[in-house]
Design a protein around this ligand. Structure first.
Ligand code: CAA
Length: 389
């Protein structure tokens, strides 16, 4: 029985800052951000969006009434949680109108947690093929203004419906994992922005990829040539390129050129929004599937998931015949319609997030066009609005 990703959708902001504008404002050469970091635009998340609304906005458009009836597991993976106790998944389940007999949990391990969610969902559906699981990676990447990490911010959510007989990608049971205590990136409870040792984190990422990928090849008796494409967690798209380059010597020159071409498709949409933390790998998968015209049924796709702290996993899936039917096909047009904000507007929005105090607050919705929005806080409870009800 095949189990895997049946549908794959994305939501982010209607606003972005151009990376050349940001570079000039920070006295950097634009090519440092455009080429050295590998980012063209960065999603600017307004105060009316948080991890909950991004998750609901990602999932709602792809779910049919039959899907909602069949979903009995909702996993929301995030490191941008809105409550220390209550799972973001409970809010998301309500906004999506899921049935009451659903297991709703929030998972955390930095940028890795959505992969843990996919793997748990795969096991769950394998045991209950008549059921479906919804896994959403949702985050807002925040390092702070004027920090080295600033050009690697961004935000958004990727929603994945996991089912038997999946339309998009049938997942294998071949994961190789690595989990060790590493202080490369973390966010203490009293911080709203991440602490990071940037160069160290980039080195650990490569070490983890080398470890799990080479172990995978040995265990599965495969070579790099068996893969149509490799996809990566993309905190910034140059990071994935560095990881790919680190294993290219294992391939012939023709295979190297092909893998690099597929990687360009796989980073195309990530270049447009920046880091998504948990959703980043899965936006890259979506980018590959939407923008690479050379893919075919049964192609083997590799996925490298990395979460600081640190945990890594390499696993694979086989592309299905009608994979395009399960994708968020309007995404490139939606991204093209976004509004470009100035660096000063981006800075103002960065500083206008819901304050972490007990007081009642109202959030101005501005030109936020999304169905689900955060309108403020009343009596220490976040207020969410579904504009279609
Ligand atoms: N033209 C072209 N390239 C240029 C350039 C120019 N004018 N000027 C500089 N560059 C290149 C540099 O050579 C460098 O390339 P290489 O990495 O290939 O050597 C690149 O631009 C970046 O330059 P710096 O190394 O000087 O950049 P920096 O010190 O300002 O910071 C960073 C870069 C460390 C990635 C920083 O943005 C950061 O800390 N980001 C957050 C941490 C992060 O994303 N880590 C990734 C692994 S951890 C993870 O994956 C989990 C997660 O999501 C956070």
């Amino acid at each position: 029985m095949k189990v895997g990703i049946d549908k794959l959708h994305f939501a982010s902001s209607h606003l972005y800052v151009d990376m050349a504008d940001l570079a000039l404002a920070r006295n950097e050469a634009p090519d440092k951000y455009l080429i050295g970091i590998g980012q063209s635009k960065m999603a600017v998340i307004p105060p009316s969006q948080d991890a909950v609304t991004l998750a609901a906005n990602a999932a709602a458009p792809m779910l049919t009434a039959a899907d909602i009836e069949a979903i009995d597991l909702l996993i929301v993976a995030t490191e941008s949680g809105v409550d220390n106790s209550k799972a973001a998944a409970i809010y998301v389940a309500k906004l999506l109108g899921l049935q009451r007999r659903v297991r709703t949990i929030e998972m955390k391990e930095a940028c890795y947690a959505a992969t843990a969610g996919v793997k748990l969902a795969q096991d769950h559906v394998s045991g209950h093929p008549d059921k479906k699981a919804l896994v959403i990676g949702t985050d807002i990447a925040r390092y702070g203004l004027h920090t080295p990490g600033e050009p690697t911010q961004g935000g958004g959510a990727v929603a994945m419906l996991i089912s038997a007989a999946p339309q998009v990608l049938a997942l294998a049971d071949d994961s190789v994992l690595l989990s060790q205590d590493v202080m490369d990136f973390w966010r203490p409870l009293y911080h709203t922005t991440a602490l990071v040792d940037g160069k160290y984190s980039s080195n650990i990422y490569i070490d983890y990829f080398q470890d799990v990928f080479k172990t995978y090849l040995a265990e599965q008796q495969k070579t790099l040539a068996d893969f149509k494409a490799l996809t990566f967690h993309l905190p910034y798209t140059k990071m994935g390129l560095k990881a790919l380059r680190s294993v290219l010597p294992l391939a012939t020159e023709a295979q190297q050129r092909a893998l690099l071409a597929h990687f360009e498709a796989a980073r195309h949409l990530n270049r447009e929004v920046g880091n998504l933390y948990t959703g980043s790998l899965y936006l890259s998968l979506l980018s590959l599937l939407l923008t690479d015209p050379t893919l075919a049924a049964d192609d083997l796709i590799g996925l490298f998931s990395y979460g600081s702290g640190a945990e890594g996993e390499f696993y694979t899936g086989r592309l299905q015949e009608n994979y395009q039917r399960g994708l968020d096909s309007a995404l490139p047009q939606r991204l093209a319609r976004r509004r470009r904000v100035s660096v000063s507007e981006y800075e103002a929005l960065f500083n206008a997030q819901l304050a972490l105090t007990a007081s009642d607050q109202t959030i101005a919705l501005g030109d936020d066009p999304h169905r689900f929005v955060l309108t403020g806080q009343q009596q220490e409870q976040r207020q969410y609005l579904d504009r279609q009800h």
